[in-house]
Design a protein around this ligand. Structure first.
Ligand SMILES: [Zn+2]
Length: 230
């Protein structure tokens, strides 16, 4: 059941999803949504109803592009089903593309700036604290069942919410597997979008993060979790 919100009406949230609201209103609502579970829940429901949102054009290629981010050059890639990779660790385009070609040996990998515009736009908004919720599909096909279960569980975490590795292990029905959960999160092909940075240790220290803890710290800072950063 959808909770109610005293500040915004359903129409406002729908307009935001459809990108009908003007820039000022869109930013105000995005900032509000960061703090309002009711509006986030509504936005998530509309996103599902809208169906096509976040989808990609329907020809069998892997598309990728590069853009600048606060973490440096960021590269994203998508299949027709959704995002398959996000990386700021690769030293050059060739290394990123080679990784995609290894993963998808029978699918052409093409650079396509336009089709991945929404990914750049939404990540830029997120880094600017203007987007608490991504409207982008993720394609986790091809990963093992255990890793998918772990990443699915992490995907359910809300903006600014953290849980422990142990809790993720419990949620996927493998309560003793918290170390394996950590490994599976460490190999998350679509970080930030699948928010593995929201999983921390039982003692509230941050645990690990691929590419360095400072990124995890930055992401949690964007989400207002300064309590975890001391
Ligand atoms: Zn609200």
């Amino acid at each position: 059941m959808t909770q109610s919100c005293a500040t915004y009406r359903e129409e406002d949230v729908l307009a935001w999803i459809l990108r009908d609201s003007d820039a000022g209103a869109a930013q105000a609502l995005a900032e509000h949504m960061a703090l309002c579970p009711a509006c986030r829940e509504r936005a998530a429901e509309y996103r599902i109803l809208q169906g096509s949102a976040g989808g990609f054009r329907n020809d069998p290629v892997i598309r990728w592009r590069r853009f600048d981010s606060p973490f440096g050059a960021m590269r994203v890639a998508a299949s027709v089903a959704g995002l398959v990779a996000l990386s700021w660790q690769d030293t050059c385009d060739e290394a990123f593309v080679a990784g995609l070609e290894r993963r998808y040996p029978s699918t052409p990998v093409v650079c396509d700036t336009d089709e991945l515009d929404p990914a750049e736009e939404q990540l830029t908004e997120y880094f600017g604290r203007r987007r608490p919720l991504f409207d982008l599909r993720v394609d986790l096909a091809g990963l093992g069942d255990f890793q998918r279960a772990v990443l699915d569980a992490a995907s359910g975490l809300d903006f600014g919410e953290t849980v422990t590795y142990t809790e993720i292990a419990r949620r996927i029905g493998r309560p003793k597997a918290s170390r394996a959960v950590g490994n599976a999160l460490g190999r998350n092909p679509v970080p930030i979008i699948v928010p593995c940075h929201r999983v921390v240790r039982t003692d509230r220290t941050l645990g690990g993060y691929t590419g360095g803890l400072r990124y995890k710290r930055t992401l949690l800072g964007i989400e207002g979790r300064t309590d975890l950063l001391s």
